[in-house]
Design a protein around this ligand. Structure first.
Ligand code: ZN
Length: 441
């Protein structure tokens, strides 16, 4: 059995603080689907795990797509007629339309407004906008700021380049006992936004670090990829690896205070779906299980009909359902260490189930075996844990007929999965169980 080790409360709290600090370091970087921002981000995440950085040249074909030219930006601002900066990329990188072409002009307010993006419904916030596929320049500002701009001349300056280069992504592989893999993926293409996507990035990196060096049943593959184009690129270049992926999770939006949401895989009935539903069911907090839908994050690619992997998505409140989504309010106040810690705790429990959800076969199925002579029946009891352990022994012996997994038995019995695993381990040691795979040879 896998001995996958989970953090205790103190360990989780320490991890939450550490990851919040990492988000602080990553927040100022201007990321996009290509460019130096992604490389810098992967370098910082490499403080936790030695990420393998992969560069795929612009123009490379990826199924129906072609990789775009690389975008990089150094500076951008708007100055009023007095030469004062009224908007500065270095203060907040959301101020520039992501993938904006360069510009250096003096224009009238009316012309400037054609290149401004605002949120009239949330007039104090700066929106996050991208233009990956149509070439244009633009700025994002609060609606209030735009409404107050006086009629005068403005100098607009964006020092950016869009030219052949590459798309960068990070990959990290941990070899387990089996060739079968668990895929954990997150997108790394958003600029200064904390919940979307930095929370997913630091949590994935932390889990990778935590799993490294442990004795694992499954192999684990972590991907840090630009949204959509990154997963399409990875899938198009790794089709030979796909049949090894037995479970997968897309991670994002895991740093805010809202409840957990699990979105099922397209196949809807996979082991990862059952595991995540079980973990959330046992969790004290309210949660929501969503059926698969073909919008959202990279699950759209991993669950496209020709790929159709057992990949679900864990987030807290989904994209576009919280007012801070894709705005300047998704900042360092919106995410907090304690919520990062909660998300890690939940994911570690899920990994514990993934690692230990085996099917066993009772070696003494004709009536109950005599537990006392094997030291498996403690006559002086009374402790809660001891009682659960004793009941778990009976449930496991009864249902280990080669059909029911330990997760099935945990669900049937209502017992905690860890108690089930501890009891199964004792039964294995006593020779009363055999792993189905071992027995089938
Ligand atoms: Zn987003």
């Amino acid at each position: 059995m896998s001995k996958y080790y989970l953090n205790d409360e103190a360990g989780l709290s320490k991890a939450g603080n550490k990851l919040y600090q990492l988000i602080n370091d990553l927040y100022p970087i201007c990321r996009s689907i290509t460019g130096k921002g992604v490389r810098q981000t992967l370098d910082i995440l490499s403080e936790l795990i030695p990420l393998n950085k992969i560069e795929v040249p612009s123009g490379t074909k990826a199924f129906d797509w072609e990789l775009p030219d690389e975008w990089n930006i150094r500076d951008a601002w708007i100055k009023n007629s007095k030469g004062e900066k009224i908007l500065d990329f270095n203060v907040l990188n959301l101020h520039v339309l992501n993938y904006s072409t360069p510009v250096n002009e003096t224009i009238q307010l009316e012309e400037l407004k054609k290149h401004l993006f605002t949120l009239p419904e949330q007039p104090n916030l700066v929106p996050y906008r991208t233009s990956y596929h149509s070439r244009q320049w633009g700025f994002c500002m609060s609606h209030n700021q735009m409404m107050k701009l006086p009629e005068e001349e403005y100098s607009v300056y964006i020092d950016s380049t869009i030219k052949p280069g590459s798309l960068t992504y990070g990959e990290y592989f941990i070899e387990g006992e089996l060739k079968d893999e668990v895929l954990i993926t997150c997108h790394v293409c958003h600029p200064s936004l904390c919940n979307d996507n930095l929370s997913g990035n630091v949590i994935a990196a932390y889990l990778a670090q935590h799993l490294s060096g442990q004795q694992l049943k499954y192999s684990y593959r972590f991907l840090f990829i630009p949204g959509t184009i990154g997963s399409i690129t990875w899938l198009s270049q790794n089709e030979d690896k796909l049949d090894k992926i037995k479970h997968g999770l897309v991670l994002n939006l895991l740093g805010d205070s809202s409840n957990f949401y699990y979105k099922r895989s397209r196949r809807e009935n996979t082991e990862i779906d059952h595991i995540m539903e079980f973990i959330l069911d046992q969790d004290k907090r309210e949660n929501t299980i969503l059926d698969y839908s073909p919008w959202g994050y990279d699950e759209r690619q991993f669950c496209s009909p020709g790929i159709n992997l057992p990949v679900g998505r864990l987030s807290r409140k989904p994209h576009s359902e919280f007012p801070e989504y894709h705005t300047s309010a998704d900042n360092l106040d919106f995410v907090q260490p304690e919520y990062l810690a909660e998300s890690i705790g939940l994911l570690q429990k899920a990994i514990f189930v993934i690692e230990n959800n085996d099917i066993y076969i009772n070696q003494n199925p004709k009536c109950e075996p005599q537990l006392g002579k094997r030291g498996l029946y403690k006559s002086v009891g009374g402790q809660r844990d001891q009682k659960d352990f004793q009941i778990a022994i009976l449930w496991i012996l009864n249902y280990s007929d080669g059909k029911y997994s330990l997760l099935d038995i945990a669900k049937k019995s209502g017992l905690n999965f860890q108690v089930i695993v501890t009891a199964a381990d004792e039964l294995l040691k006593a020779g009363l169980l055999k792993n189905k795979i071992a027995q089938d040879g």
